[in-house]
Design a protein around this ligand. Sequence first.
Ligand SMILES: [Mg+2]
Length: 395
Amino acid sequence: MEKIILHIDVNSAFLSWSALKLLEEGYKKDIRNEISVIAGDPNKRHGVIVAASIPAKRIGIKPPINLYEARNKCKSLLVIKPDYNYYYSKSKALMDYLKGLFPEIQQYSIDECFIDYTSMKFLYGDEVKYAYKLKDEIYEKFGFTVNIGIGNNKLSAKMASDFEKPNKVHTLYKNEFKEKVWDKDISQLFMAGKSSCKKLKELNINTIGELATADVDMLVRNLKSQGKLLYEYANCIDDSKIETDKYLDRKGIGFSRTLEYDTDDIELIYKTLYSFSKKISKKLREKKVYATTLMVTIRDFEFKTSNHQKKYTNSFVFTEDIYEKAKELFNEVWNREEIRLIGLRAVDFTNSGNYQLSLFDKNLDNKNKEVIENLIDKINNEYGSNSIFKGNKLN
Ligand SMILES: [Mg+2]
């Protein structure tokens, strides 16, 4: 049986939520009906427009244009600063409400979530009728509108909710995929970032349909694992699971860092992953456990979050081992766009390392590694965290 997945997406979330905040504070106008934008400090790097009202979009004011260009288009443009704490409270209220209705829910970003409706159909009935009802309920309860996309996997549900906005329900079932999206530009495909699109256009692949029918080996040669992923997406193939909180909260050791600025600097990203690997290795050795699953999380400026994890047959504990795996996972999930946050988490522990089963000399090698890493930790604990590190990290 095909799955039924819903994707709920708040329309112009930051703008809608700021509109509600201003109305609560007694502001007379609803900025959703004005030519208005949400933008940070125009003198700072993030003085970019993060959301625009529908009237603003109508006259060409929408991300990624900057504030200066926007003001040129409309002298009386209303510019409102973002209030992330308020946004988080609105986001949480909506997610808590939805979690009360559905056990299988994954918050995907501050204003989006996926719901597995498959097993709820017997309770709530036809998914399209239900989605219309739910959309209206959310508006009555919270005062903002959403789009709901319905598909047979996360990919198609997400793409469906991106069709005409606001306040709409759309379907994109597997059997509608070809007819509804193959003629669209590849930039409309989920996960097709700017640099991937550029490469595809150089290969003379312009539409989703052209990508879906391209030679997959050629795509892998040119775009590596991203090529295969996009090829599958263009064919509506996505078997990823709904990652509920329970799934993400599994006991583990993890670290994440919000970077000072959005970056696609791979050196910086690798350095960050290395420092997490070192910390994770240390904690694992302190607990005297080995991990078998590693997960990488990346988040962009708009809070879009991607997780990628893998379970390994051989358990791991050492820095270098974790680091190599982390880099590989990172490269598989990263769409080459700038990122804001990066995280690394080790989960699924065992008490014994598989290496005990391997050949004696390899075993000895790992024992030595453990002695050396423990020694490095000991020195760093006593003399500060960077007193000693391995020679290959001297950059
Ligand atoms: Mg949204």
